[in-house]
Design a protein around this ligand. Structure first.
Ligand SMILES: [Zn+2]
Length: 201
C-alpha cells in the first residue's frame, strides 16, 4: 500500500483519472494537481461537462455510434450520401475516418471484432442490424474498414457471407505502404500486400 498524500476526495479523483487510457498513476497525480490549481478555469467546468455528457450520452440504435441523440447526428445528417456505408469495429475508427473527412457517408459500428479465443461471436456484434439496413435496399456499397488483423479479416469474411444474397458491392480498405512511409521500414506482410494492391500510374 502506498502512503496517502491527500484527503479522500483528492485520492478518489487521482484513482479515477488513473483509469483513463493513456494516464497511469503518475500522470493521474499530475493531472489532478493541475485541475486543482486551475479550479475555476478547469476543474469546475470539467466536472460540469462530465455530468452533462453522462446524462445525455446514448448509443445510436441505427448505427451503434455514441452521441447525445438517437438516431445520432451522422445518421440524421441530410447532406450525407446514403448509398454508401462504412463498417468499422469501434467508434474510435469512425472518429478517425471523420477526421480524415474524405467521404461524406454514414457508418455502421460493429462494437468489436469476431474473436473465438475471447468468446466473441457474431451475436456479440451489431451484425443483425447491419443486414437489416442493407435489406432496406438503399445501400449500394459497403466499405469494410475493419482492422488489418486476423480477427478483423475474419470479421470481414463473415460479413461478406451474410450479405451474399443482397445486391450490394462489398469493398475493403487497401493494405500497403502508409503515406510518407519508407519501404525499408515496412514488414514483409505489408510489403506483400502493397505489391498485390499495386495500381497503374
Ligand atoms: Zn447513428
Amino acid at each position: 500500500m502506498s502512503k496517502r498524500i491527500a484527503g479522500p476526495e483528492i485520492e478518489r479523483l487521482i484513482q479515477l483519472l488513473a483509469k483513463v487510457p493513456g494516464l497511469g498513476p503518475r500522470s493521474a497525480r499530475r493531472a489532478a494537481l493541475h485541475l486543482i490549481k486551475k479550479k475555476e478555469a478547469l476543474l469546475i467546468p470539467l466536472g460540469g461537462a462530465m455530468q452533462d455528457a453522462a446524462e445525455k450520452v446514448c448509443i445510436c440504435t441505427t448505427c451503434g455510434n455514441v452521441d447525445t441523440s438517437d438516431p445520432c447526428m451522422i445518421c440524421t445528417d441530410p447532406r450525407r450520401e446514403r448509398a454508401t456505408l462504412i463498417v468499422v469495429e469501434d467508434v474510435a475508427d469512425l472518429w478517425a475516418l471523420e477526421r480524415a473527412g474524405s467521404m461524406n457517408v454514414r457508418y455502421h459500428v460493429l462494437g468489436g471484432r469476431l474473436s473465438p479465443l475471447d468468446g466473441i461471436g457474431p451475436d456479440d456484434l451489431n451484425i443483425t442490424t447491419l443486414v437489416g439496413r442493407v435489406a432496406e435496399g438503399e445501400i449500394k456499397e459497403i466499405i469494410l474498414a475493419v482492422n488489418a488483423t486476423v480477427e478483423g479479416q475474419t470479421t470481414a469474411h463473415y460479413i461478406t457471407d451474410q450479405l451474399a444474397d443482397f445486391n450490394v458491392r462489398i469493398t475493403r480498405l487497401a493494405h500497403g505502404v502508409p503515406v510518407g512511409g519508407e519501404l525499408d521500414y515496412l514488414d514483409e506482410g505489408t510489403l506483400t500486400a502493397a505489391l498485390r494492391a499495386r495500381t497503374v500510374l
